[in-house]
Design a protein around this ligand. Structure first.
Ligand SMILES: Nc1ncnc2c1ncn2[C@@H]1O[C@H](COP(=O)(O)OP(=O)(O)OP(=O)(O)O)[C@@H](O)[C@H]1O
Length: 299
């Protein structure tokens, strides 16, 4: 594992931001850490990088305990966050020159290629860069030393669609050699290159698995009922957000195996005329998990 945490917890003045998080990021993965605002994603990423210290639990990053990470380890770890502070008075060229001096493994040819690809104005001061340019510059700085691990906190937020595509393409090129841990709300954009997904809410990790497994077990199910009826209780625990309106039943199953098993399960609870199960994209699955968690919390 490139990252492995056990029972990670972090509290800010009475606010439990992260509770008992055990995460495992395999080598070569593009691991998406997802969840609503305030779920604890940034806190988790900062704790992994030793920017924050955990109150409980431990984390190993590239085999080293996070609290012992030092500059020699950061030669292999790239980090870009939209809230990162930069030396605003420097221009792009000077800033990259400064970074170059910090990394013995800095690849000048890659830096130049990324600068060309992202079309960054080398004479412009950082304080005058647009949000998109700033994010692209952070990525150049995080990628040009070919890190083994790249940690990205909201790299796509606030970018226009064209810049978003440029950044995604830049990441795709790197994904061959680098393990990427990415937190993002742009689920449609990241779905194509994500291999693993973890979903956080209220500081806890609700799921973590390969995206393929996640896609296989989630289905949006529409049922035509033989007669109008209300929802019987209890329903299978893997059924999320069930709703009945007239002769229509709709729910999301989180433990789909095949149509045969699904139809048998629906028939057991309802007189069903027809059952239709459609695959779901990452965005719909994340929304379902979030709504289901909120509904259960409110009960
Ligand atoms: N420095 C801080 N002091 C007090 N509370 C904090 C601090 N930083 C974060 N929090 C709280 O911790 C919780 C988790 O915040 P965090 O930034 O980790 O969430 P997030 O999942 O990254 O959210 P977002 O998607 O909005 O960026 C939130 O309730 C937040 O208000």
């Amino acid at each position: 594992m490139v990252i492995e945490s056990h029972g990670l917890a972090k509290t800010y003045r009475g606010c439990e931001a992260v509770r008992d998080v055990s995460v495992r990021v395999p080598e070569g993965s593009v691991f998406a850490l997802l969840g609503p605002n305030g779920a604890g994603k940034t806190t988790t990423l900062r704790t992994i990088l030793n920017i924050l210290q955990p109150d409980r639990g431990e984390i190993y990053v590239l085999g080293t305990r996070s609290t012992l990470l030092a500059s020699r380890h950061f030669e292999h770890i790239g980090y870009a966050s939209e809230s990162q502070r930069l030396p605003e008075r420097l221009d792009v060229a000077r800033y990259l020159g400064y970074l170059r001096s910090l990394y013995s493994n800095w690849d000048v040819a890659l830096e130049e290629a990324l600068l060309r690809q992202f079309d960054l104005p080398s004479e412009r001061r950082l304080k005058d860069l647009s949000h998109g340019m700033r994010m692209k510059l952070l990525l150049v700085g995080a990628l040009a030393f070919r890190p083994k691990l790249l940690v990205l906190d909201e790299p796509l937020s606030g970018l226009d669609p064209l810049v978003r595509d440029e950044v995604v393409n830049g990441l795709l090129q790197q994904a061959q050699d680098t393990t990427i841990l990415i937190s993002s709300h742009e689920l449609t954009e990241i779905e194509s290159f994500t291999t693993h997904v973890a979903f956080m809410q209220d500081g806890r990790l609700l799921i973590q698995e390969q995206i393929e497994t996640l896609r296989e077990r989630f289905r949006n199910v529409n049922v035509r009922l033989a007669a109008q009826q209300s929802l019987p209780a209890p329903l299978p625990t893997g059924w999320l957000l069930p709703q009945v309106a007239g002769h229509q039943l709709q729910f999301i199953t989180s433990d789909y195996r095949d149509d045969q098993q699904l139809h048998a399960s629906v028939r057991e609870h309802f007189g069903a005329v027809s059952v239709y199960a459609e695959p779901m994209n990452l965005r719909s699955i994340a929304n379902a998990l979030m709504q289901d968690h909120n509904r259960r919390k409110a009960q």
